[in-house]
Ligand binder design. Sequence first.
Ligand code: CUA
Length: 195
Amino acid sequence: MHTGLESPKGVWWKPAHRSEKVWFSLAFGWCIVLFAMMPLWHWKGGQNPAGTRSRVDPAAFAARTQEFIETYQVGEENGFPIVEPPPGSDVYLLGRMWSWSPILKLRKGAEYTLHISSADVNHGFSLYPINVNFQVVPGYDYALKVTPSEAGDFRVICNEFCGIGHHIMLGRVIVTDEEGNLAVAEGESTEVSVP
Ligand code: CUA
């Protein structure tokens, strides 16, 4: 009778075949490469940019966003203010069930400090069609140094499930060229329905 603590008698195992050892070495090497990629992406790849995250009272953030809107508002679309802050300024974007406010009009090549926060639950800031994703957490102000590198008309999509209206939570960021002109390709519509 054998217990798990005693080896059974005889040769019950075979040495690993050479090809198995080779595969194991390759797999282990690849694990190490992927592991090393995480810090590399952080330091070299421009991934996980180090934002300054600080605690903020959601009501205070909403009030600050409102002040920002009143200071720099240049228009309105479907009831949402369009705000064009000067280059170098602090920019506020508030996510809430189920909207992003305001519509931002930024300039290519200018640096801004983008403050993102939520008034209620977790949302996901996703800039479409560019691969930019951030968690938007109530009670925290995520301040990011951003320099738009491409002119265009972008959508902000919520990529964190936040309730029944999650799929309609759509915002807009317009990036003008260096002269402040809208660079929209011929025949392309600038119309967008922001619910
Ligand atoms: Cu906000 Cu999903």
